[in-house]
Design a protein. Structure first.
Length: 368
């Protein structure tokens, strides 16, 4: 997997009902199977008939064991059909008359599997009908309950329960640090080991940073950001920063990860503050904002103790992640009942390269 964004393999399940609303497969893709895209990463693909529940379970077990053994992706293409329309008001025969003529004549998966169990002697026809009736009654009861059900606000549950704010308490907390702490940390984050061959330009930048801490004036954004990260690390909060060119910084302003000019080794000043500090992880991400922001959002759901920061390199690069922003981040609590501590660094102003590389359109975020 990609450094910093590996999941140890994913089990992809395709519910292949052979139609997309009203679009036939031959118009929806250029390949025979929807799973063919996985061939480019050489992931195993298991095609299975959804009318055979035991075969589906068998494929699921194979996929799980493969993923656990090899930490790689695997795909299950479960070939099935959509018995009714896309929604309650849809008539599928308008666009797929022959397909739905066959579906109407085809027995349901339940009846196919039930007949198999009866013929094998596993259950009797009476037991089969009794189980069907009991389950239908359960569904009817749950339907009545659902009409009166009011969902709980559960985003501060599980690993996030310790962060549930108490009523009447100050939610901002104390974020300041002492001047002595700033001076101590300032010396560490501007320090470059003598045996490290740093680029001359970066050396001058770090010398200027030292003067900021010595004089107490002239702090730029990059230094203030480093100081904020460093104090959190020193207090015991891990920091994870990802984005395109995040190590150096888009405008060559950050330099959080230094490269030795002779042997290309790395040195991260913020990981050399104190012995008991937590770790800074800086990831120069792949060029898919959609994938990276989705991963970072998922990371925050299960890791509330880490400050997770995603940086949009240029303003328009937030556009590529808009689906994640709209469908998961801004709707996280209401739609998914999930809390997230994700921080998005969104460029604004006109230091970029033209109108499309200068603003993340922060005014749009205020409307979400």
């Amino acid at each position: 997997g990609v450094r910093g964004h590996s999941t140890g393999g994913t089990i992809h399940i395709i519910v292949n009902n052979q139609i997309g609303f009203t679009t036939n497969p031959r118009f929806a893709r250029s390949s025979p199977y929807p799973s063919d895209i996985a061939k480019m990463v050489e992931a195993p693909i298991l095609h299975v008939n959804a009318d055979d529940p035991e075969a589906v379970v068998h494929c699921a077990r194979i996929a799980t064991e493969f993923r656990q053994q090899f930490n790689r992706d695997v795909v299950i293409d479960m070939i099935c059909y959509r018995r009714f329309g896309h929604n309650e008001g849809d008539e599928p025969s308008f666009t797929q008359p022959m397909m739905y003529e066959k579906i109407r004549q085809h027995p349901t998966t339940l009846n196919i599997y039930g007949e198999k169990l009866i013929n094998e002697g596993t259950i009797t026809a009476e037991e089969f009908n009794k189980n069907k009736k009991e389950f239908k009654n359960l569904l009817d009861e749950q339907l009545k309950t659902a009409k009166e059900y009011k969902p709980k606000l559960e985003w501060f549950e599980g690993v996030w329960s310790r962060y549930k704010p108490s009523r009447g308490q100050d939610k901002k907390g104390v974020t300041g640090v002492t001047l002595d702490t700033i001076k101590r940390i300032g010396k560490r984050i501007t320090h470059i080991p003598e045996d490290f061959n740093v680029h001359p330009t970066i050396k001058r930048i770090f010398e200027n940073k030292k003067k900021m801490f010595e004089n107490g004036t002239g702090f730029d954004f990059a230094t203030a950001e480093q100081l904020a990260f460093a104090t959190l690390l020193d207090e015991g909060t891990p920091v994870r920063l990802s984005g395109q060119d995040s190590g150096r910084g888009t405008f060559s302003q950050r330099h959080s990860v230094l490269r030795d000019q002779k042997d290309s080794s790395y040195y991260t000043p913020l990981n050399n503050i104190s012995k008991k500090q937590k770790r800074l992880e800086v990831i120069d991400s792949v060029l898919s904002e959609f994938a990276v922001l989705g991963f970072e959002h998922g990371y925050t759901l299960s890791e509330p103790t880490t400050l997770v920061v995603w940086e949009a390199q240029f303003g328009d690069f937030a556009n590529g992640a808009q689906v994640i922003i709209d469908q998961f981040i801004t709707t996280g609590e209401r739609k998914w009942s999930k809390a997230s501590g994700l921080v998005m660094l969104l460029p604004h102003g006109y230091e970029g390269q033209g109108p499309e590389h200068s603003s993340a359109r922060l005014e749009r975020f205020l409307q979400l």
